[in-house]
Design a binder for this molecule. Sequence first.
Ligand code: ZN
Length: 73
Amino acid sequence: MESLAANSKTKRCPECGVYIPIDATRCPDCKKRVGPADKHGVGRKAVNYRAYAEMALAFAVLGLFVWWFFLKG
Ligand SMILES: [Zn+2]
């Protein structure tokens, strides 16, 4: 029971596997964002919604540009 309590104070980074504090939101080693630990003590990968949004926007702009280019040409 003692070791279980000690283990619950750390979680593993899903990216590089190092042990980081349980309440850490960012890995100090690889600087990646880390979510709350799952039942295996491994931090969940934090979903970067902003990166997805920026990627979607980039594709939208690209698509619009291609559409505009062919429409003009
Ligand atoms: Zn890491």
